[in-house]
Design a protein around this ligand. Structure first.
Ligand code: ADP
Ligand code: ZN
Length: 387
């Protein structure tokens, strides 16, 4: 299969995204010649050290002056001040200089953390993203958002810092737990729902092939998603307007994630799947999209194996008031008004700061379900986190 190359065109900093199979085994084709004589740091987590090792060997063979692999524990908890300190100090005492090169090999956690470290080390050293989850390949590795979590919330400390390349080897998805793969799929579907009904139709027909990792289907889905994200980021790098559409389902989703507690009960993509259904439901109640659209979206996500209602998450215990409270604290709140991504139909999303709170509450209540009606705990992930 051919390698696809997409260029992200940001005036001063253009860079390429490479998408294909087996890219890591011929990394010399993608990483710049100038690895030569530079000190290289490969930041990764325990579950993907094999890919970090491949990157490290390639850098050595290409003549890097030194290569260090830094292995972090997996999981959201790693996006912390203490990891940032540990990585920064390790690099500083192991030959970091302005000419160093940092690789982020892993999912969104590693990409965000390593990208943030790269952006502040010596006021910025070059870094390359090697995303190994579907979510990172279609979303978090593209667009230059980096950051860590604090006690006050997720991603509240960070920077905009673009990588010099993104190398998305879809072969790495073969070792990704299925549940993680499906969670990433929610972000793929999101691009169709926001601005591309044709793509959503394609997903309705081919989503199952994507999730069983048929190469042509995955490559197409990753490429389409990266292209959609790239266009959005080019138009609005720092999220003053259009980029915010990428938050479809995320205001609801972030609230659910916070309520679930970031401990694996609810993955980000799963929360986004539920959140997107809520965004459609809200839009339908506001007379914007049809109820058929709501059902269509819910059906597709369900067919794929994603949860579509908060009630389906066994062990999630929260209330409408709690969720509203978290939504108010979201960093996307503009001068007191919650901003929502709404839809006119599948493939046409827009922003609105003018949403009646009683409708938001009604949608939340509906998704949380009703113990008596037996809607609770209906969705069980068929996949444990590390199957
Ligand atoms: P995300 O990319 O969804 O933000 P993480 O960075 O937390 O999420 O990655 C999700 C989990 O999958 C982590 O436990 C990580 O170690 C693991 N992981 C990432 N990529 C792979 C892979 N290609 N194979 C196996 N496990 C992986
Ligand atoms: Zn997301």
């Amino acid at each position: 299969m051919n390698t696809k190359i997409l260029t992200i065109d940001l005036d001063t900093r253009a860079y390429d995204i490479f998408i294909g199979t087996g890219l890591l085994s011929r990394l010399q084709d993608f990483i710049p010649d100038d690895v030569k004589k530079r000190s290289v740091f490969v930041i990764t987590d325990e579950n993907v050290t094999q890919y970090a090792q491949t990157v490290s060997e390639a850098a050595t063979n290409l003549g890097a002056s030194k290569v260090e692999v830094i292995v972090m524990p997996p999981g959201e908890g790693t996006k912390s001040f203490s990891s940032m300190q540990k990585i920064s100090e390790f690099m500083l005492s192991n030959g970091l200089n302005r000419n160093s090169l940092i690789f982020a090999v892993g999912g969104g956690v590693i990409g965000d953390l390593a990208g943030f470290c790269a952006s502040i080390a010596m006021r910025g050293v070059e870094f390359i993203q090697v995303p190994t989850t579907l979510l990172a390949q279609v979303d978090s590795s593209v667009g230059g958002k980096t950051g860590i979590n604090t006690a006050q919330g997720k991603n509240l400390i960070g920077s905009f810092y673009q990588p010099s390349a993104v190398i998305a080897d879809i072969e790495t998805l073969k070792t990704l737990p299925k549940r993680e793969l499906l969670a990433g799929y929610a972000e793929v579907a999101k691009y169709g729902l926001i601005q591309d009904e044709e793509f959503f139709k394609w997903l309705e027909q081919n989503g199952a092939r994507v999730c069983s990792l048929e190469q042509d289907a995955v490559a197409y889905a990753v490429e389409k998603s990266c292209r959609a994200k790239a266009l959005t980021v080019e138009a609005d790098e720092k999220e003053h307007g259009r980029r915010a559409l990428l938050n479809l389902g995320h205001t609801f989703g972030h609230a659910l994630e916070a309520a679930a507690g970031y401990n694996g009960l609810l993955l980000h993509g799963e929360a986004v799947a539920i959140g997107m259904v809520m965004a459609f439901e809200l839009s339908s109640r506001m007379g914007l999209c049809s109820n058929d659209d709501v059902e269509r979206v819910e059906k597709h996500l369900q067919d794929i194996g994603l949860p579509t209602r908060a009630a389906y998450i066994d062990g999630l215990s929260t209330t409408v008031d709690d969720l509203i409270e978290v939504m108010r604290r979201d960093k996307k709140v503009v001068s007191g008004n919650m901003v929502f991504v709404l839809v006119n139909r599948v493939g046409e999303a827009f922003l609105s700061a003018d949403v009646p709170e009683d409708l938001v509450r009604a949608v939340l209540k509906d998704s949380l379900g009703d113990e008596e009606k037996g809607t609770k705990g209906k969705w069980k992930s068929k996949f444990s986190s590390h199957s």
